[in-house]
Ligand binder design. Structure first.
Ligand SMILES: Cc1cc2nc3c(=O)[nH]c(=O)nc-3n(C[C@H](O)[C@H](O)[C@H](O)COP(=O)(O)OP(=O)(O)OC[C@H]3O[C@@H](n4cnc5c(N)ncnc54)[C@H](O)[C@@H]3O)c2cc1C
Length: 499
């Protein structure tokens, strides 16, 4: 038997390690239609100790290791870059370790999904505030922390999920296990605070795209879910993107703590209607871009006052309110009450049979998103020959534009723009170059990427978006923590020459 396989089976239960082709192939892709890298082995560990042993083995044998949570990274982050290596599937590490009801902190294993955690917290009247990403039904807490995820609800009030982070247990690339935040003090009995005991080392692993360590335990702040909620949806007038940006800025200026505020661009509304996805019943009622808000409060009086102030903003912007029921097109209600926050983005994958998007999901300042949407329209026009070629091969024209745009805790928005295409070998190179070209466009408009994975982390470095000083610091940090470049080898092109 292969010696590596044998050693992995001494560490992890033998039924949880494999090198069979059908399994390794199943772990060779994420959700995009292009990027692929077939690992040699897949291991499904059950503890930090097992992960530590695997990483020590990988260092000894110089084998790259790629951590994977739900595998929903849109930039190919949780599969190998090039073939080979070990994919560590962390989804078996899904236990709730402790709910500290006095201090409102939950500690979980990092492979648990956002939906599993929510199901556990609900009977206590608690929630995580930011409900993770739009993929929260599958995506893991560890993946969310590795991406600064936001988008699955609560983003406007609570910000990205890393804001709620208290402490982490991390297995370093060389196999040592550390705890951060209050737990850096070995005498601390319970996780209770993020900042202190020296620099914020939790921050080092937040949004690291799995390059600096493997998170195995996560302690998050939780919140009592307010009992009073209003959800309203509006149809916008005129240039709906500019109108949406004005409304978002006004919400922030007046200090109203909306839970969610989302703009659904014209193109998304027309795709929802033509493809009959998300809310098929809105078909005839709605023609232009939509905007919805959800606001929470701890009393009816508080809620009434906040709703009054919000409605005034929509009135000033000549937005037309839709009816209160979901069947009236009130997406806000569906989003909040029926877990639409975890369903909204899913149909964007496979909008038409077998099509998948090449996305560019990032944060930009509120003011800037209308110009970004305009730049993407122009980009589509400039790339007409490539679009024609895709059409010629697949008989379907790509849909280009942005998905829903969500207000975040800071005064920025989350934008998911991109194009849909097909995993067809004759257009592979076109898909790849179009995708890179869109990443370049968005990066050069100053966007902040939170999920970078394979293609975006490499392209960002390729076009020199990091200053040399910043990139040198990042490289040195990687070299100190991971001298053999074992973890997520290839991302950000770190230590490539020295490999
Ligand atoms: C339908 C759909 C909707 C989405 N909506 C959103 C959205 O609204 N907002 C958003 O932020 N993203 C969104 N995403 C992207 C993605 O799902 C999220 O970023 C999610 O948080 C990733 O979690 P995951 O468990 O799937 O991570 P994976 O894809 O498995 O991993 C993500 C990255 O983190 C690393 N990693 C995973 N677990 C660990 C760990 N425990 N320790 C160290 N590194 C680790 C991986 O190597 C990889 O680089 C969406 C994706 C899809 C398919």
């Amino acid at each position: 038997m292969d010696i590596i396989l044998e050693k992995l089976r001494e560490i992890v239960h033998k039924s949880h390690v494999s090198d069979t082709k059908y399994l390794t192939f199943a772990y060779s892709q994420n959700v995009d239609p292009i990027l692929e890298g077939i690992p040699d082995y897949v291991a499904i560990p059950k503890s930090a100790q097992e992960i530590s042993e695997i990483l020590k083995l990988a260092n000894e044998k110089n084998i790259p290791v790629y951590p994977r949570g739900g595998g929903c990274c849109e930039f190919g982050g949780s599969k190998p870059i090039g073939d080979g290596g070990i994919v560590l599937d962390l989804k078996q590490m899904d236990k709730i370790i402790n709910l500290d009801e006095d201090h409102l902190i939950v500690t979980v294993e990092s492979g648990i999904s956002w939906a599993q955690l929510d199901e556990y917290l609900s009977p206590f009247g608690l929630y995580t505030g930011c409900m993770g990403p739009g993929s929260g039904m599958t995506a893991s807490i560890g993946g969310g922390i590795s991406h600064h995820s936001v988008g699955g609800g609560g983003g406007a009030k609570y910000g990205a999920c890393t804001k709620q982070l208290i402490s982490l247990e991390v297995v370093l690339p060389t196999g040592e296990i550390i705890n951060t935040g209050s737990q850096a003090n070995r005498f601390s009995k319970i996780p209770f605070g993020r900042f202190g005991n020296g620099p914020d080392l939790s921050g080092l692993f937040c949004g690291d795209n799995g390059i600096l360590g493997i998170k195995t335990k996560v302690s998050l702040q939780v919140f009592p879910r307010p009992k009073f909620v209003e959800c309203k949806t509006f149809q916008l007038k005129g240039n709906t993107a500019r109108s949406a940006a004005k409304i978002m800025i006004e919400i922030r200026r007046r200090g109203i703590d909306v839970y969610d505020a989302m703009y659904i661009p014209d193109i998304v509304v027309s795709v929802f209607k033509s493809e009959k996805v998300i809310l098929p019943w809105i078909e005839n009622k709605i023609r232009r871009g939509l905007f919805f808000y959800t606001i929470e409060a701890y009393s009816q009086e508080e809620l009434n006052e906040k709703v009054k102030q919000l409605d005034q903003i929509f009135e000033e912007n000549k937005a037309k309110i839709l009816g209160p029921e979901i069947s009236d097109g009130n997406i806000a209600r569906w989003h909040y009450k029926e877990q639409g926050h975890w369903q909204l983005y899913h149909p964007l994958w496979g909008l038409t049979p077998t099509s998948e998007p090449c996305t560019t999901e990032c944060f930009v300042p509120i003011q800037q998103f209308p110009s970004l949407l305009e730049a993407i329209e122009q980009w589509e026009y400039e790339h007409t020959p490539e679009m024609d070629k895709i059409f010629e091969v697949t008989k379907v024209r790509p849909i280009v534009g942005s998905g829903p745009i969500l207000l975040l805790g800071e005064n920025s928005v989350e934008v998911t723009c991109g194009f849909t295409t097909y995993p067809h070998k004759d257009i592979r190179e076109i898909n790849l170059s179009l995708w890179k070209s869109m990443i370049d466009l968005v990066t050069k408009m100053g966007a902040q990427w939170y999920m970078m994975g394979d293609i975006c982390s490499r392209e960002f470095v390729e076009i020199g978006a990091f200053t040399p000083e910043y990139y040198s610091l990042l490289t040195n940090m990687k070299r100190i923590l991971d001298p053999k470049n074992i973890l997520s080898r290839g991302k950000f092109k770190l230590l490539e020459v020295e490999k």
